[in-house]
Design a protein around this ligand. Sequence first.
Ligand code: UD1
Length: 340
Amino acid sequence: MAVLLTGGAGFIGSHTAVALMETWKQRGKKEQLVIVDNLYNAQAEVIDRITAITGTRPAFVQADVADRDAMETLFNTYEITAVIHFAGYKAVGESVSKPVAYYRNNLDTTLTLLETMARHGCKQLIFSSSATVYSVGDKVPFTEETKELGCTNPYGWTKYMIEQILRDTAAAHPDMSVVLLRYFNPIGAHPSGLIGERPNGIPNNLMPYITQVAAGIRPKLSVFGNDYPTPDGTGVRDYIHVVDLAKGHVAALDYAEGHTGCEVFNLGTGVGYSVLDIVHAFEQANGIHIPYEIAPRRPGDIASCYAATDKAKKLLGWQAEYNLADMCRDSWNWQKSISE
Ligand code: UD1
């Protein structure tokens, strides 16, 4: 019996690999973890680091999830009973300039995966979706029942479309179990400092930008807008520690084992922090001054985005545990380890 993580060498995938293997060890479960990743946006040494943290080496296959033959071989080699599908392009700005590449890659990988799973009778799938599907709404906190879904960029639309593909697939195959996880804003890193997020080039996201300012790689942070209808005028988001997020996948897998159909869950803390809250919390947690300037709003941003967390609490028995100081400390700990 094996669980497959597509994109398992990436930021969220690698933390989920650790969370799963640690849980199995605690439960005395003899399950195998298989990672497939084309290393497009990840390093092979992440597998060594997962091994160093957990004491067990996951199986690793370097392949593209859209490669039908490679996926067929993989499913012939391992007895895969469940898949957590992380693989995909994720840079919002790049998706605006290369929409076709984003639709091609994110949809193709998912369709090839679904076809392979069907041929091999694999019926459980957990999907990495995003709170970005809520980005046309304005009624925070966002609940899973929100109807007016929509996105502001092609990356987001790929998540939206894949959710629909998976809902349709689950409806057509009543013995399948599909769980859609809408992530809010994952930050932080494993407390060991061995795995974390490695943005390519100039970071788009707030926390990697702040840690690079702290490391002296960038002179100052631009705060995108201070005239939003929020307490201090800067954008409010639901930042969640990636280790908490990873544990949400363990809970989702447990849920999938006991249910059929398609269910969607928010994975967030339910607490919104502004950009300036994050800057100040980072300064306080790490004793480092973060210079910033107020810049114009970033196109596509919304004022506030945070999760309703009741459904995940009730049905998954999961809730976030780390606080903002932990997230700031572990983000900086990781940045230090990669800038040394
Ligand atoms: C972004 C993506 C979202 C994706 C998520 C992954 C957009 C519009 N949305 O979410 O689709 O799923 O990342 O984590 O890009 N900010 C600054 N200065 C910076 C960077 C960010 O002020 O240099 C502000 C933003 O305006 C926002 C907040 O910080 O208010 C968080 O931004 P970011 O980390 O990019 O995440 P999201 O925009 O919420």
